[in-house]
Design a protein around this ligand. Structure first.
Ligand SMILES: O=C(O)CCC(=O)C(=O)O
Length: 292
């Protein structure tokens, strides 16, 4: 039985918080929030669009995720089995995105755009003040605590199935609109965590937009949150929070992951370590059985 998602609560929104207020009220409480009034001033928000990239950086190489499937549903298991990572030049990728016969779900995901096009870095502003990275740490260490930002660019209706990450995250909407659904890590059981057959415990088999309650009845217990990001808005996704993304229009986002003692502790939580080691043991014994 497939059902549309039950109504979700909205993620809080705050206008241009001070880094201290943001840290005290959201990071320390491990609570997602949409920050407005900060990234909207970035040149990237005024300048970037698929058309701009096509004109200015047509030869840049990008990697994208292709998900070809007979299954019209956004079933996470189908996604993890069938997705492929492919390479293209930005110009032809965007031409195809705009062509009338494009029915694909090709999506530039998690791509380190500043490595490929370093000058684009001038179009963003540092988010480090909001990351509460101690300023007395050597510059090299402060840099190591932040992953290189990555870009997500694709047509309307791309979907990233629900999963969680091992670091805190700012997802910045640069162009277009995107809807996020979030579930508190305390409700991981309702997402069938840890799901051993998906290849990694950070993934869930539940399609949170149209849950199949016959297969996943525990998802009825979940109380998801939702946020629709407009360009120039930033979603703080705390470490371990489950998140699902759907672009509502053509969309460009950047995400900024960073590590802290807090995020490392949460990932090294005994429960997580216990579940991960059980998964690894199970995978090891399965592969041993298949080679015996
Ligand atoms: O925007 C998306 O499609 C997914 C983003 C995401 O999963 C992330 O920033 O961790």
């Amino acid at each position: 039985m497939f059902k549309k998602m039950a109504s979700a609560s909205l993620v809080d929104r705050i206008y241009r918080p001070s880094p201290d207020d943001f840290y005290r009220n959201y990071v320390r409480r491990n609570t997602p929030v949409v920050i407005t009034g900060v990234a909207n001033e970035w040149p990237a928000v005024a300048r970037w669009s698929p058309e701009y990239f096509r004109t200015a950086f047509a030869d840049a190489r990008v990697m994208f995720t292709a998900w070809e499937s007979n299954n019209p549903r956004n079933d996470p298991e189908d996604y993890y089995q069938k997705r492929r990572r492919l390479c293209s030049r930005l110009g032809p990728f965007i031409d195809y995105l705009h062509s009338s016969d494009n029915t694909s779900r090709d999506y530039i995901t998690q791509f380190p755009i500043f490595k490929e096009i370093p000058q684009l870095k001038d179009d963003i502003r540092p988010l480090e003040p909001y990351m509460n990275i101690p300023p007395y740490l050597p510059a090299g260490v402060r840099e190591k605590l932040q992953k290189m930002p990555t870009m997500w660019l694709g047509p309307a209706q791309t979907v990233t199935p629900i999963h969680f990450d091992s670091a805190d995250n700012f997802l910045v909407q640069i162009y277009g609109r995107k809807k996020l659904t979030l579930v508190n890590p305390a409700q991981s059981d309702s997402l069938y965590y840890p799901c051993l057959r998906l290849g990694h415990v950070i993934y869930s088999p539940v399609d949170v937009e149209e849950p199949d309650y016959d297969r996943f009845p525990r998802y009825r217990q979940a109380t998801p949150f939702e946020a629709t990001l407009e360009s120039g808005e930033i979603l703080f996704i705390p470490v371990r929070w489950w998140h699902h993304a759907r672009s509502i229009s053509e969309s460009i986002s950047l995400n900024f992951w960073w590590f802290s003692a807090r995020s490392l502790l949460r990932m090294r939580h005994p429960y997580f370590l216990y579940k991960t080691s059980r998964l690894l043991n199970k995978l090891k014994s399965n592969s041993k059985r298949s080679t015996d």
